[in-house]
Design a protein around this ligand. Structure first.
Ligand code: SAM
Length: 287
């Protein structure tokens, strides 16, 4: 290795080592790890050792790609998955629709009207809140909030969300939110843990060994936390506000039933390109 990087022979050896450790995209990983080490061979050796030992690439790099953005992700924090981009699509569409139809003058690019309230519950790294805000940047100014029960997630989300003008809160679901948001939330998104407890053992080692249990475990049928999100949503939503919860295809019918039981209008959202499913509940104007 040279002082500036591994050099061609070193790069081939690095790729071989990563491939032998089971990294499918070994060339890409070698490039990203080299870039992350900023040319320092000692640092590169540390990063490669961590990756070869089985840490998720995103934890080693310190960031994950999500919606075309680099989201800061720390060790011990859930790595955002591509399928969760469905929540971003839904949230952006709902904000745009609400801004044009709910009779308010939304704060479009700083015009000074009411700012739509967007909450990312169970935020982890804050990837969803970040991507929604970045997508709507220059178009609609948001009153942006994210919350999580886990201190490591909250610290990580603050790195992503606070620079965008958002606030990050810590606590159990709605307990974390400021009371001033009650009845005022326009879009509430949640990718709560939804892996059935018995299925965690079947997850890839990168997830079950390096992502916190609290980020994965959804209880016996996977819906314990999602049901609590849904049952609490109506009290926090503004008239015409919506809650969007990621789920699996198999769990969706039960979650739709749970949404309907709260009095919200319920619909299924599906993106085949992401293999993603979400349930959307919307509050009617009168209650
Ligand atoms: C599947 S991860 C999703 C993280 C992030 N939304 C994403 O998509 O990358 C679930 C997150 O929910 C959080 N969580 C679990 N139970 C919670 C609770 N009762 N209240 C708040 N957050 C909770 C976990 O700490 C974890 O960060």
């Amino acid at each position: 290795m040279s002082a500036a990087g591994p050099g061609p022979t070193g790069t081939a050896a690095l790729v071989g080592r990563l491939r032998a450790a089971g990294c499918v995209f070994a060339e890409d990983e070698a490039r990203l790890l080299t870039e992350a080490a900023a040319g320092g061979v000692d640092q590169l050796a540390v990063l490669v050792d961590r990756r070869v030992a089985g840490e998720p690439l995103e934890h080693v790099l310190g960031w994950a790609e999500f919606c075309g953005l680099r989201i800061a992700v720390a060790a011990g924090v859930f790595v955002p998955r591509r399928r969760t981009e469905l929540l971003v699509r839904e949230a952006v569409a709902l904000v745009r629709r609400g801004s044009s139809t709910d009779g308010r003058t939304a704060d479009v690019a700083g015009a000074g009207g009411a700012r739509p309230v967007v909450v990312d519950l169970c935020c982890g790294s804050g990837a969803v809140a970040t991507a929604v805000a970045r997508t709507l940047h220059g178009e609609v100014r948001l009153d942006l909030h994210a919350a999580d029960v886990d201190a490591a997630a909250v610290a990580c989300a603050r790195r992503n969300v606070v620079p965008l003008g958002g606030a990050v809160h810590q606590g159990d679901l709605y307990d974390a939110l400021p009371e001033t948001l009650r009845g005022r939330v326009d879009v509430l998104v949640a990718n709560a843990p939804y892996v059935p407890s018995h299925a965690i053992a079947l997850m890839p080692p990168e997830a079950r060994a390096h992502e916190p249990h609290v980020a994965l475990d959804g209880g016996a049928d996977g819906l314990d936390v999602a049901r609590r999100v849904v049952s609490g949503a109506a009290a926090w939503l503004a008239p015409h506000g919506s809650v969007v919860v990621e789920t699996s295809r198999a769990q969706a019918p039960a979650l739709l039933t749970a949404v309907r039981a709260t009095g919200l209008d319920a619909r299924l959202s599906r993106a085949d390109d992401l293999d993603a499913t979400a349930v959307v509940g919307t509050r009617s104007a009168e209650r």
